[in-house]
Design a protein around this ligand. Structure first.
Ligand SMILES: [Zn+2]
Ligand SMILES: [Zn+2]
Length: 454
């Protein structure tokens, strides 16, 4: 069994790990590497999609694997064409799925049912790069390349058994994987992105139990926060938000990630506790409407009086927007002139101009993200702070990370107790040395390592 990391090494995200075991060549995640892209491209200097993959391959932003890409991109690397038997997605964050629309049509993409719902909402409400869909619709001549799984399923690919196990993360439908290699008697764990402090820490606890039971020997463990110690959990975020809303006379404005359903839930509960309505945008309404079909997720229904949808003034609406607007169950607010003291208004970076129409008075602004960690993120943040200043908002930052802090990473790794640890999805992989007493392998991008006997 051979492992080649093509991304997710010395960076947070861009995960892409190729496992090769004879007739089972399997890719775990195929995410966009914002770090590697950002080294060469930003702002006005962007890779040309009209030139296929050329501008990406020039700087090895995407992996050079012969046989990985769709024929239309016409990329031919030297060497033997590799057959990839499946690409497994841990969850629907761009740094894990962002390149799957480049894949050759004959590579099956395995993802959780919830991830498929999220990606179909992404697909309908935004335009993917290259215009290629993430989920190809099935046609008469060709079935869809997407196969879905749930916890409890196992997927057999030649001598490998791949078992997805749910975990708690800042997006629903996140999974870890356990790969068992029958021939080499090898059990490998892959954490995906994971935490123990969301609304559903029990999901991660299940992963720890199953990984232990299966006897994971080599663990690929995410270490986004390997250098961080914090105790703030999602429950605390909800509590702090609620308490602050209580002191707010005018509009409460919430800047949180649209697809972070845990955070949506925290603001929804906080709004309800203060007899306010959470006013979300059409895009989030589109996603919630699809996710409501999965009863396991317990998404509030649109007939709940504490949730309404804001229709920002526009000259034309997309069809998917029109469908939300016309839905008889959904309570639409189609004017910026609503009673501000009765609402918590979801407003992310893209919708800041809504505030010009609304003209919030005596308002509180909740910035519900972590601190910016990239140069661009900091520029966006500073720009947003100018808006906060101009409107004289009372500013608060309440956030719980999507990733486990140091103490929880130590707990997870020690519980699973592998023989070897491979830190991934981290800018400080070597820091695992300080928290656990387990031998580390620190691989480098594009370099293969042998995990088993062959
Ligand atoms: Zn990630
Ligand atoms: Zn993630």
């Amino acid at each position: 069994m051979k492992l080649t990391p093509y991304g997710g090494i010395d960076e947070i995200g861009g995960n892409c790990f190729l496992f090769e075991a004879e007739k089972a060549n399997v890719l775990l995640d195929f995410g966009r590497s914002f770090k590697n892209e950002g080294i060469y491209y930003a702002g006005y200097l962007l890779p040309r999609t009209s030139q296929g993959l050329t501008d990406f391959l020039e700087f090895n932003i995407i992996p050079r694997i012969n046989g990985l890409y769709a024929d239309e991109f016409n990329v031919n690397f030297l060497g033997e064409r590799k057959k990839i038997h499946g690409c497994f997605l841990s969850h629907a964050h761009m740094d894990h799925y962002g390149n799957i629309n480049l894949l050759s049509e004959d590579i099956p993409v395995y993802m959780g049912e919830t991830a498929k719902i999220i990606l179909s909402s992404v697909q309908e409400t935004s335009r993917p790069r290259f215009g290629r869909p993430f989920i190809k619709p099935a046609s008469e001549s060709q079935p869809s390349n997407v196969r879905t799984f749930r916890t409890g399923d196992s997927i057999q690919i030649a001598r490998l058994t791949i078992t997805p196990v749910h975990v708690d993360h800042s997006i629903p439908g996140a999974y870890a994987f356990i790969i068992e290699d029958r021939k080499e008697d090898l059990v490998i764990g892959y954490s995906g992105d994971v935490r123990l402090h969301g609304w559903r820490e029990d999901l991660t606890t299940d992963f720890i139990k199953i990984a232990k039971k299966k006897g994971v020997q080599i663990l690929l463990m995410e270490g986004t926060n390997v250098n961080e110690d914090f105790n703030l959990n999602e429950r605390q975020v909800q509590h702090d938000v609620s308490e602050t809303i209580q002191k707010t006379e005018g509009l409460a404005i919430a800047n949180y990630t649209l697809r972070d359903i845990d955070r949506f839930r925290s603001f929804f509960i906080a709004a309800k506790e203060n007899s306010r309505k959470l006013l979300i945008n059409l895009k989030q309404a589109h996603l919630l409407k699809l996710l409501q079909k999965d009863t396991n997720l317990d998404i509030p229904s649109f007939d709940d009086p504490n949730i309404e949808v804001y229709q920002r003034p526009k000259s034309r609406y997309y069809r998917w927007e029109q469908e939300i607007i016309n839905d008889p169950i959904i309570q639409i607010i189609d004017s910026p002139d609503f009673p501000q003291e009765e609402y918590v208004f979801h407003c992310d970076f893209w919708n800041l101009t809504d505030l010009i129409d609304i003209q919030p008075k005596a308002a509180t602004y909740f910035y519900s993200h972590g601190d910016p960690f990239s140069e661009e993120g900091l520029i966006d943040y500073n720009r947003m702070m100018e808006w906060v200043k101009a409107f004289k908002f009372d500013f608060h930052q309440f956030h719980a990370s999507g990733h486990a802090p140091r103490k929880d990473l130590r707990h997870i790794v020690n519980e699973i107790s592998p023989e070897i640890l491979i830190p991934i999805h981290s800018e400080h992989p070597e820091k695992f040395k300080e928290i656990v007493d387990i031998p580390l392998i620190l691989p480098s991008r594009g370099h293969s390592i042998n995990l088993g006997k062959s």
